[in-house]
Design a protein. Structure first.
Length: 253
C-alpha cells in the first residue's frame, strides 16, 4: 500500500454531507510539519525559497521532483518552533496547502478534493472557518480549492523540469559535506543536484533549450541555494551540533 504524502496521515475525500458541519481553526500552528525534513517545492517558488532553504531533487523511482530541505536528519524540521511558529520568511506552498490535498481514489485517475481528517484544527464546534455554507461551498473552501488547482498545475510543471534534467544526465547523486563548529564533518546524502561540469558539457542546442524555457535560471537558483546547508547547521542547538552522527536522507515529497 502506498504511504501517505509527507504531513498527511488520514486522507479522505471531502464530502458535502459527511462534512457539512466541519470548521477549520485558522490559528497559526505548524506543528503538523515538525517531522518533515524535506517537502516538495514548485519551480515557481525557487526564487524566494532559495534565500532560506537548500533546494535539491528527489527521485522515488517513478518521478523526479524538486525539494526544499528543512532539516539535516530524518524526522527533523529546523524551521518549526515548539510553539508551532515557522521561523522563515517564506513557507513552501506544500506546507501552506495543508490540510487540503488533491488526490486520486482507488481505480480512478480523477483528482478529488480531500482533507487530512486527523488534522486537530478541524472541529464541529464552529471554531474558525466553515467549509460549507448550507448546500454550497464556503468562500474559504472555494479559495482553498483554487489554491490546490494552482498547486497541482505548478507540480506538473516542476516535475517536467526535473524529468528533463534527469534525461539530460546533469543530475548526480550527491552528499552535502558540512563542517561543524567542533571541527568534525557532517555528511548528508539521499538527494540529487545538478553537476556543474555535466551542465557545461551539454550541447549548444541543449543549453539553448534550457535558456529559452527558463530552466537555466532555476538551475542556478538551485545551485546557489546549496550554501544554505551550512545555515541549517546554525539552527541547531550547540548540544545537537556536537552530537551529529549518521547519514540521514533528504526526505521525499
Amino acid at each position: 500500500m502506498q504511504s501517505a504524502p509527507v504531513l498527511y496521515q488520514e486522507i479522505v475525500p471531502l464530502d458535502r454531507n459527511q462534512h457539512a458541519s466541519l470548521f477549520l481553526d485558522p490559528s497559526v500552528d505548524y506543528r503538523y510539519a515538525v517531522g518533515a525534513n524535506a517537502v516538495f517545492l514548485a519551480a515557481v517558488e525557487f526564487n524566494q525559497a532559495s534565500r532560506e532553504y537548500p533546494i535539491v531533487f528527489g527521485d522515488d523511482g517513478q518521478t523526479t521532483f524538486p525539494l526544499a530541505v528543512l532539516g539535516l536528519r530524518d524526522g527533523e524540521n529546523l524551521f518549526v518552533t515548539p510553539e508551532g511558529k515557522w521561523i522563515a520568511n517564506y513557507i513552501p506552498a506544500y506546507v501552506r496547502r495543508y490540510p487540503f490535498i488533491l488526490s486520486t481514489q482507488p481505480n480512478s485517475d480523477i483528482l478529488t478534493v480531500c482533507i487530512d481528517q486527523s488534522c486537530p484544527k478541524f472541529n464541529s464546534e464552529r471554531r474558525g472557518l466553515a467549509l460549507f455554507d448550507g448546500s454550497m461551498d464556503s468562500d474559504f473552501l472555494r479559495n482553498s480549492v483554487n489554491f490546490l488547482k494552482d498547486f497541482q498545475a505548478q507540480y506538473a510543471l516542476s516535475v517536467q523540469l526535473s524529468t528533463r534534467l534527469k534525461e539530460l544526465g546533469v543530475l548526480e547523486s550527491m552528499q552535502a559535506n558540512i563542517e561543524i563548529n567542533t571541527g568534525s564533518r557532517f555528511h548528508m546524502g539521499g538527494f540529487f543536484a545538478v553537476n556543474r561540469q555535466r551542465l557545461i558539457d551539454l550541447s549548444a542546442e541543449q543549453l539553448a533549450e534550457l535558456v529559452r524555457n527558463g530552466s537555466m535560471e532555476l538551475i542556478y537558483l538551485h545551485l546557489n541555494s546549496l550554501d544554505n546547508f551550512t545555515r541549517l547547521v546554525s539552527r541547531l542547538p550547540v548540544s545537537q551540533v556536537e552530537n551529529l552522527a549518521g547519514t540521514p536522507t533528504a526526505g521525499s515529497a
